[in-house]
Write a protein that binds this ligand. Structure first.
Ligand SMILES: Cc1cc2nc3c(=O)[nH]c(=O)nc-3n(C[C@H](O)[C@H](O)[C@H](O)COP(=O)(O)OP(=O)(O)OC[C@H]3O[C@@H](n4cnc5c(N)ncnc54)[C@H](O)[C@@H]3O)c2cc1C
Length: 249
């Protein structure tokens, strides 16, 4: 949709710092889907030219915030393509929607949130006060909210090598075929057992140990909207958790 309050569009390098009324623009697939009456200027992050994927010195993977869902899905790690399939969007949208935009929109159904939270992702944030790092599990604070402060942006998410090496499995439930994720779980196995990262059915990512851990999720963390009520999501989460543990055991 037209954003008729927007007066200016600039590349990030030419922005001269953040000011009130600015919005970071990545793929624009969410930004242009809703009215944004407070936005006066769009600051285009995709012009920064950050390499989408970079292997770190220690063997981890740094994912630029501007890496698209399609670029990530092309990575050989099986979980990447599996989580991209949980992104309810045609390939034309996946080619422009970014990993950073998905995290910053912070929808409970955000598949890039599920993926990066499950693989112990750490967000690099940069803003007027300098740089800081935050685990993905803490970056998303609730449905549609993050810990980003004014003028702060998500630069990248780094996945450590140990997390990339763990056996992993993903399960998704929707009210209808190809529907938005009402529950999206990623399990990983290490020496201590299976850790489940619960998204979709909860307002923010929740990590539990083993299928029984789902029973301990606090009542106020379960999410409900037109894509499923909280009781059904809790039921599906418990069922998918058992399936993942069985697969990984
Ligand atoms: C057909 C369709 C289907 C969709 N399906 C899903 C789905 O299944 N699951 C889901 O979660 N979402 C879905 N979405 C919503 C949206 O497309 C995704 O969340 C997408 O990943 C957003 O990325 P983007 O690059 O387009 O972000 P943009 O629209 O450019 O930005 C989204 C928000 O994040 C901010 N932002 C972007 N990048 C940064 C950054 N690096 N630092 C700080 N702030 C930033 C922007 O200012 C804006 O507020 C869908 C959208 C469409 C149109």
């Amino acid at each position: 949709m037209d954003l008729d309050t927007v007066r200016e569009y600039v590349d990030v390098a030419a922005a001269g710092g953040w000011r009130p009324g600015d919005a970071w623009l990545a793929g624009g697939t969410w930004l242009f889907s809703e009215p944004q009456p407070h936005v006066r200027r769009l600051v285009d992050l995709t012009s920064a030219g950050w390499p989408p994927l970079r292997t770190t010195a220690g063997g981890g993977l740094e994912i630029a915030a501007t890496c698209t869902v399609a670029e990530l899905a092309a990575h050989p790690h099986p979980l990447f393509a599996a989580c991209a399939r949980a992104f309810l969007a045609p390939s034309a949208v996946q080619r422009v929607a970014t990993v950073g935009g998905n995290l910053c929109t912070a929808l409970p159904a955000g598949p890039m949130i599920a993926l990066t939270a499950a693989l112990d992702g750490v967000c690099l944030l940069t803003g007027p006060g300098g740089e800081r790092t935050v685990p993905v599990t803490e970056f998303v604070a609730g449905a549609g909210t993050t810990v980003l402060g004014p003028g702060e942006l998500l630069r990248s998410v780094t996945l450590p090598p140990a997390a990339l090496a763990r056996p992993a499995a993903v399960r998704q439930a929707s009210l209808y075929p190809r529907g938005r994720s009402a529950a999206l779980l990623v399990g990983t196995r290490d020496g201590a057992g299976v850790t489940l990262t619960v998204t979709g059915s909860t307002v923010r990512p929740v990590r539990v140990r083993g299928a029984d851990g789902v029973d301990g999720i606090a009542a106020d963390l379960w999410f409900a909207d037109v894509h499923g009520d909280a009781d059904w999501r809790r039921h599906m989460t418990a069922r998918l958790a058992r399936e993942i543990v069985e697969e990984l055991s």
